[in-house]
Design a protein around this ligand. Sequence first.
Ligand code: SF4
Length: 210
Amino acid sequence: MNEKVNRIEKYLDQLFPNPHCELIYHCDWELLLAVVLSAQSTDKRVNSVTPILFQKYPTLKDLKSADIKDLEQILRPIGSFHKKAYYVKEIARILEEDYNGILPQDRALLEQFPGVGRKTVNVVLSELYNYPAIAVDTHVERISKRLYLAALKDGPYEVEKKLMKKFAKETWGKRHLQMVLFGRYHCKAVKPNCEECLLRDICREQKKRK
Ligand code: SF4
């Protein structure tokens, strides 16, 4: 298993030596909101609406008192816009009123925000504070299962625990980003780019095809 994990790590390092988060943000709470908005959407779509959102409502105060219909209109292109407009307004209100506008660096507190789950907290803590965490999104889950790093029946939390055991703690944030990028640009859900992939011989997908 270690040898296989080493190969995967080496390949990810080769493809993405300096991975970075593709969501555009300028401060901690903008990242939190961008990650919340990215649920069931793509970073590209989120990046097409957040500049409009944050330009029109540049502060938490502005966002918490924004007209919900206007927020919905701005967020319409990313889907689930009723729910997401509510999350944006409510997160802004809680941050402003209960935390003086300062994002808490605490998992339990962050998970109490509406629309914020374990994956979102992992992305935020890892991206902003270099906190060791592996956020399991749809890409990370799919790749982990294809490469036998996790079982098919595993939910996101089981996948996360298995990845944390396999990868060195100091690389967790980087591995998450690399797997997201690998899933986004190479190992796509539909029509993965297998011809060019160097992990074909250890991939469940290939076995299935044979
Ligand atoms: Fe993904 Fe294809 Fe590579 Fe398997 S062989 S990891 S499905 S790109």
